[in-house]
Design a protein around this ligand. Structure first.
Ligand SMILES: *Cc1c(COP(=O)(O)O)cnc(C)c1O
Length: 382
């Protein structure tokens, strides 16, 4: 019997080694990893440059607490904010970044009301679980944080009818990840941004899954040309080392003065060394164009091979979902047998998150395997 809390339904596979897109299990079987550890290892496994940066830092110093200056934190913050007038708070996870965003919004506006969306996912702490618009995640936990309203996603009219001067923040994902790889429309994002400005509410964009190049931009909100007041990052930021970040407009800085918020491990030097190397690679325009091109190529391959047999293929860049009529979990299992690791998002969506460094040959191989399961084995047929 396991000595772990059974919080995860685990696949009976232990991955013990990985390089790039290819991983090996304890029995020596190889797989193409099209999960990236849930959009975490965006540069593939054991990326040489990130490895070298982390190894160098490991030999110097690991942790000093946030009571001391940290030039590597300053450097990563400068790279993250680029030329925007923004400031950064570092933490260790997506939930912690969203928790910081919610606290900042409440304190800055003096309001308690927060609007989020149905099928959203924002984390597992009490506040971020409350923000998550999924009943199955709330069930059994008693009283949640007050002040939250869950609106239908992509419904601008519902937002217009609900937002008011009492709204502290509107929080949303540009593509709902866990909820089913559901993209927001540009009109919804632009409209939400305008409504927030009109009512003095803060727009918080949860980029925990969509950020760091996943959709072919540094941050997915850039596709819509909007400027959120706050956005949050985690998953892909450290390529596997735990790190999160909350990025806010500079005018919010004074609300988070000394002693107001904190995190012991947040911004530790090992995580920062990884993030610094990741940003240098991913925020290069040519790298992002390559992600966009590979994403389009893969969507085209999938469309040719399986579109006629599935409900929908959707997503942006290398964050893709295939909506099926049947259980996506069965497809995930069949693909594992064939040597391809994928994920589900909700009961009927096959979620595909290859490393951004994936090759076209690997994409072609994966598309053939997906075709063989969806078409030839007649799983997921309409
Ligand atoms: C994964 C995820 C989170 C939670 O991140 P953790 O690091 O697990 O706390 C929050 N928001 C989104 C959109 C996510 O995909």
């Amino acid at each position: 019997m396991s000595d772990l809390f059974p919080t995860y339904a685990k696949f009976p596979i232990e991955i013990v080694e990985g390089r790039g897109t290819v991983v090996k299990d304890a029995n020596g079987k190889e797989y193409l990893d099209f999960t990236s550890g849930i959009a975490v290892c965006n540069l593939g496994h054991c990326h040489e440059t990130v490895l070298a940066a982390v190894q160098k830092q490991l030999g110097q110093i690991w942790h000093t607490s946030n009571l001391f200056e940290s030039s590597i934190q300053e450097q990563v913050a400068t790279k993250l904010t680029a030329d925007a007038d923004r400031v950064v708070f570092f933490c260790n996870s997506g939930a912690e970044a969203n928790e910081a965003a919610l606290k900042l919004a409440k304190k800055h506006t003096g309001c308690d009301e927060i609007i989020t969306f149905q099928q959203s996912f924002h984390g597992r702490t009490i506040a971020t679980m409350t923000a998550t618009g999924q009943g199955k995640i709330h069930d059994g936990f008693g009283a949640l944080l007050p002040g939250f309203t869950y609106l239908p996603y992509n419904d601008l009219e519902a937002l217009e009818n609900t937002i008011s001067a009492k709204t502290a923040a509107v929080m949303l994902e540009v593509i709902q990840g866990e909820g089913g790889v559901l993209p927001a429309t540009t009109a919804f994002l632009v409209g939400a941004s305008e409504l927030c400005q009109k009512h003095g509410a803060l727009l918080i964009i949860d980029e925990v899954q969509t950020g760091i190049g996943r959709t072919g931009k540094r941050f997915a909100f850039e596709h819509a040309g909007i400027e959120p007041d706050i956005f949050t990052l985690a998953k892909g930021l450290g390529n596997g080392l735990p790190v999160g970040a909350m990025v806010g407009k500079s005018e919010l800085a004074a609300t988070f003065g000394p002693g107001v918020h904190g995190s012991t491990f947040g911004g530790n030097k090992i995580a920062m060394a990884a993030a610094d190397a990741v940003i240098d690679i991913v925020f290069d325009e040519a790298f992002l164009v390559d992600v966009t091109e590979k994403g389009a190529y893969f969507q085209q391959l999938l469309t040719e091979k399986v579109a006629a047999n599935v409900v929908e293929i959707r997503g942006e860049g290398l964050m893709l979902g295939i909506a099926l009529e049947s259980e996506a979990g069965e497809v995930v299992k069949a693909l594992q047998e064939l040597g391809l690791l994928t994920l589900t998002a909700g009961p009927n969506v096959l979620r595909i998150l290859p490393p951004l460094t994936v090759t076209k040959e690997e994409l072609k191989c994966a598309a053939n395997l997906i075709e063989s399961v969806l078409i030839k084995q007649e799983v997921g047929m309409k």
